[in-house]
Write a protein that binds this ligand. Structure first.
Ligand code: SF4
Length: 407
């Protein structure tokens, strides 16, 4: 039997799909991640923007075209949000939400079943690894209810995977780099073990550890000390900002001020002077004035980000921000252009600090990433090789590098 696991959306979906692919392979399926002809389709859907939901619906139409008699199973956030709508679509056999993916295998034979909401962390098979990096799910759900975000309604409250299970998978996965992922990684807790404690435990794993998205509140002296002591955690912090204006942060129900955020960056630079701090920025939140937006632009400079992912605000029905309206598309587009330009300048500035310097880089199919998340391209680089490289000059979205030594 041929199965296709098609994924839209975030890293969590990617990791969960990789787990499902492995589980299907273990059950004798020939599995593909690309939309192609198959007997069983699993769509891991996304609802983070209206566009993502549209893509989920379009994917079902394409699956039907490839094989009108195939079984289609829909999982993920869009399915959680609009289960009935997805269930009514021709060809869809089963709709599971975002919280019950672990039930897939036991429900595969029961067409048309909706299952009740689960509350525990879903243990899934170890993801199928396609690259030199392995993504390791450590947490799911979120308790924060940022006013623009639908995720807590779809993925439920925060729950963490046991540290023992994480350590076991990290030791056995064989990857050279492990990326810890979670919807709200910062809230990780297994009994007495918080994220700092987990990092200490993972210090014994022979791989470099990269952290997924963090909230400002988790980064304190204890956390930075744990990173240092572990010795294998790379100096890259993806610290969600979302806005540089206190008024907008309040309207977003974020839990810090711009000063607190900047103080957090200072703490990081004090311990890791070359650290890469990357971030997400929402542009054109309904209450965002020109002055608020300029505060966000200033923040890009002040925090010395190495990379900024800018997103135009997308209203999500069911959230508190939805009731606040929406800015005219023209305003959002104009601000997005300025934010993207500021982000490119910040990236260039950060890269310049490292030209002529040596760093370690882990190469994938097309280029690789240094420990501080600079994209590098090198002649003779082989997928899966960890190398000491010298950064020579800017190239595409990163730098051209010379391989000094294979580590
Ligand atoms: S922290 Fe905020 S933005 Fe992130 S998942 Fe939770 S509610 Fe959404």
């Amino acid at each position: 039997m041929r199965a296709c696991v098609f994924t839209l959306g975030c890293k969590m979906n990617e990791v969960e799909s990789a787990s499902l692919m492995r589980g299907l392979e273990e059950r004798g399926f020939k599995v593909s991640g690309e939309l192609s002809e198959a007997d069983l389709y699993i769509l891991n859907s996304c609802a983070v923007t209206a566009e993502a939901e549209k893509k989920s619906r379009q994917a079902i139409a394409r699956m039907k075209k490839f094989n009108p008699s195939a079984k289609i199973i829909v999982l993920g956030c869009a399915a959680e949000r609009n289960a009935e709508q997805f269930a009514k679509r021709e060809g869809v056999s089963l709709v599971l939400g975002a919280q019950n993916k672990d039930k897939l295998f036991s429900l595969l034979k029961e067409e048309g079943v909706f299952c009740e909401t689960g509350r525990d962390f879903c243990e899934l098979p170890t993801p199928k690894r396609t690259k030199t990096r392995a993504f390791l799910r450590v947490q799911d759900g979120c308790n924060h209810f940022c006013s623009y975000c639908i995720i807590p309604y779809l993925r439920g409250r925060s729950r963490s995977r046991s540290a023992e299970s994480i350590l076991k998978e990290a030791k056995n996965c064989g990857a050279k780099e492990i990326v810890l992922t979670g919807v709200d990684l910062s809230s990780y807790r297994d009994g007495e073990i918080d994220l700092a404690g987990l990092l200490r435990m993972l210090g014994e794993v022979p791989a470099r550890i990269r952290l997924g998205s963090l909230e400002e509140g988790v980064v304190d002296e204890k956390f930075l000390e744990a990173m240092k002591d572990a010795g294998n955690v790379v100096e890259h912090f993806h610290l969600s900002l979302q806005s540089g204006s206190d008024a907008v942060l309040r309207a977003m129900n974020r839990r810090y001020t711009r000063e607190e955020y900047l103080a957090c960056c200072e703490k990081i630079y004090a311990v890791f002077p070359g650290a890469a701090i990357t971030t997400d920025l929402i542009v054109g939140f309904p209450t965002e004035t020109e002055v608020d937006f300029e505060d966000s632009l200033k923040m890009i400079d002040e925090a010395e980000f190495s990379r900024v992912h800018c997103f135009p605000y997308s209203p999500r029905p069911g959230t508190n921000a939805y009731k606040m309206g929406d800015l005219p598309p023209k305003v959002k587009k104009e601000r997005m252009d300025r934010a993207v330009q500021a982000s490119q300048e910040a990236q260039k500035k950060y890269l310049e600090k490292f030209l002529g310097k040596e760093l370690s880089a882990l190469f994938e199919e097309d280029g690789g990433y240094t420990e501080n998340y600079i994209r590098v391209y090198a002649e003779g680089a082989k997928e899966g090789e960890l190398c000491r490289v010298k950064l020579i000059k800017p190239e595409k979205d990163g730098a051209f590098a010379e391989i000094m030594e294979v580590l």
